[in-house]
Design a protein around this ligand. Structure first.
Ligand SMILES: C=C1C[C@]23C[C@H]1CC[C@H]2[C@]1(C)CCC[C@@](C)(C(=O)O)[C@H]1[C@@H]3C(=O)O
Ligand SMILES: O=C(O)CCC(=O)C(=O)O
Ligand SMILES: [Fe+2]
Length: 372
């Protein structure tokens, strides 16, 4: 259980100037950043415009490259995506604006225990060690009719009139991410040979999470981590990083850096899509390191299925040779597990399945006791 600790506030405007960092931010030897900058990962970018043009060669290239990447490590880049670069720049500017505010202003959106939305500064009241060196602002996106302006509304309701313009930018940005995700779902459907519409329809009504990551400079970047090693428990992540660099992906038993490319989105498979693909596509292990000089930002859109959807692979992906790996589950159950019972890492899905089985065993034992 993630204990409710006596919170101390991580005020980045102060802590970033400390030559020593609190011990809670120091990571163990086996998880610390690499002593030398790791090699960059050579990932062939997927030309989304080419795929969407209907050109057979472009479709074949995109689906082949995505299939190779997702069977191996679950990570790829998208270029020629059609998203307005001004919108992306406005989203980064608004992120700077928000995280540049005094702590008490940011804490007006303070994340409540057990909730995934709101402002968090390194989760000081959530974890007792291996604290991430970052501030985050997370909020809900849905394209269901009655929630179609839920992002803009959140900024009005929680942040106030000063953030209305930023709220409009984030609403437009999330709508663009939704379009991008559904196009990627078409590529994944063709790559897995279940058809272009299968996963697109599954995620048409999604209930997703947008997260703004802000990594202040750290005087001990070799001891801290901005975000610890993990697979995203969500379905698909579309991330835009600024030009600072710090995202690392674990491939072939070693860490690789991802060179910033403002024209590209970083895309990775999450645990929930790994279950939807019956383990054929892998959740991508990744982390973020920090530096001593420059703040870093990343905008992460986490695609999640509608709350009532059952996460179950299509029958074409289950066979005698490839039997079911994970039981049916819903995203809200996995989300609650990550917010109330378990800190997401590289074993989240396995731990979640064990937790589900223990709970069903306990409840059937209880039932039997009541019955006897
Ligand atoms: C559903 C989520 C939980 C986290 C945010 C989204 C997807 C990624 C998860 C996370 C980033 C994985 C690393 C640990 C974590 C606690 C973090 O460092 O922020 C995770 C997020 C969370 O639980 O808030
Ligand atoms: O900031 C980054 O580059 C990675 C952040 C991340 O992995 C996450 O928010 O899940
Ligand atoms: Fe992540």
């Amino acid at each position: 259980m993630l204990s409710q600790l006596k919170p101390f506030s991580f005020d980045a405007s102060i802590l970033q100037h400390h030559s020593h960092i609190p011990p809670q931010f120091m990571w163990p030897e086996e998880e610390k950043p690499c002593p030398e900058p790791p090699p960059s990962l050579d990932v062939p970018p997927i030309d989304l415009g080419g795929f969407l043009s209907g050109d057979p060669e472009a479709i074949s290239n995109a689906t082949r490259l995505v299939d190779q990447a997702c069977r191996k490590h679950g990570f790829f880049l998208i270029v020629n995506h059609g998203i307005d670069m001004n919108l992306i720049e406005e989203a980064h500017k608004g992120t700077n604006f928000y995280f540049g505010m005094p702590l008490e202003e940011k804490e007006r959106a303070l994340r409540k225990p057990g909730d995934h939305c709101g402002y968090a500064s390194s989760f000081t009241n959530r974890f007792s060690s291996k604290l991430p060196w970052k501030e985050t602002l997370s909020f809900r996106y849905s394209n269901e009719g009655h929630l179609s302006s839920v992002v803009e509304q959140y900024f009005w309701d929680v942040m106030g009139a000063n953030y209305a313009s930023f709220g409009r930018i984030c609403q437009k940005y999330c709508e663009a991410m939704n379009t991008l995700c559904l196009n990627v779902m078409e590529i994944l459907g063709i790559s897995l040979r279940v058809g272009a519409t299968y996963f697109r329809e599954f995620f048409e009504g999604n209930d997703s999470i947008m997260r703004l990551n802000y990594y202040p400079p750290c005087r001990k970047p070799d001891l801290a981590l901005g975000t610890g090693p993990h697979c995203d428990p969500t379905s698909l992540t579309i991330l835009h990083q600024d030009d600072v660099g710090g995202l690392e992906v674990y491939v072939d038993e070693k860490w690789h850096s991802i060179t910033p490319n403002p024209q590209a989105f970083v895309v990775n498979i999450g645990d929930t899509f790994m279950a939807l693909s019956n383990g054929i596509y892998k959740g991508c292990l990744h982390r973020a390191v920090v530096n001593s000089a420059t703040p870093r930002k990343s905008l992460a859109f986490f695609l999640c299925p509608r709350m009532d959807k059952i996460v179950r692979p299509p029958k074409q992906l289950v066979s005698e040779g490839n039997p079911r790996i994970y039981p049916d589950f819903t995203w809200p159950a996995l989300l609650e597990f990550t917010q109330k019972h378990y800190r997401s890492d590289m074993k989240t899905l396995e731990s979640f399945v064990n937790w589900l089985q223990q709970r069903s065993t306990k409840s059937s034992e209880h039932y039997l006791q009541v019955e006897e």
